[in-house]
Write a new protein. Structure first.
Length: 215
């Protein structure tokens, strides 16, 4: 049920460019050098919610393709979505779920039951898939670094995490990025991108990031 390019996609349904580029707490390009627990391993997962209206996908049933609804979204709350899968997992505990803003509609924080490992998963409003892509590459390059406090413990997220992942439609089929993602700190971060034709579209940007591309 993964959805690729839809030739009938109407670009006029996309929000105006200035609407997509408004500043948000979900994406601020800055390097935050805050001390954190480097012994904790962190996976930061970016999920662009499936969206029939604002993404150039082959349409899916409306209850799966509403990018402003997390509960039944194909990539999040549906039977094989990230949230559903990890909540059912016998190896992970859900510590908390929270609303961030109109861009990140839900953040999940999981802790592995036997290892000092966290999974931070962000559900990006499907309308803001460009911001999700910018966050992915900004984190991979080290331009975006942040921390998160969990039970009085500060862990590293975004560019401070060991593994950064992306799940969703390949937004680079629909838009181009106007930022440079050359790595700032020389750190080789692991990255996974699960999207249609991801290698062809993402490889040029990832080349400057100097990442270890797992998938």
């Amino acid at each position: 049920m993964l959805s690729c390019k839809n030739n009938d996609y109407n670009k006029e349904e996309n929000p105006k460019k200035e609407e997509l580029e408004q500043p948000t707490s979900a994406y601020v390009e800055t390097v935050r050098e805050i001390e954190f627990d480097s012994e904790s391993k962190v996976i930061h997962s970016v999920v662009a919610l499936c969206d029939n209206k604002y993404q150039g996908i082959a349409p899916v049933p409306s209850f799966l393709g509403n990018g402003q609804e997390t509960k039944s979204n194909l990539y999040w709350g549906a039977s094989y979505g990230l949230k559903t899968t990890f909540k059912k997992s016998l190896e992970w505990n859900l510590l908390r779920s929270e609303f961030i803003d109109s861009v990140i509609l839900e953040r999940l924080i999981f802790k592995h039951k036997t290892k000092n490992c966290y999974l931070i998963a962000d559900a990006y409003n499907g309308r803001h898939i460009k911001k999700a892509t910018e966050f992915l590459l900004g984190s991979a390059s080290g331009k975006l670094k942040d921390t998160l406090v969990i039970n009085n413990q500060t862990i590293g997220i975004a560019g401070n995490s060991e593994l950064i992942t992306y799940q969703g439609h390949n937004g680079l089929m629909d838009f181009k990025l106007d930022k440079n993602y050359e790595t700032l700190d020389g750190k080789n971060r692991d990255i996974i991108i699960l999207a249609c034709y991801s290698k062809y579209y993402f490889e040029p940007a990832l080349k400057d990031c100097k990442v270890n591309n797992l998938i």
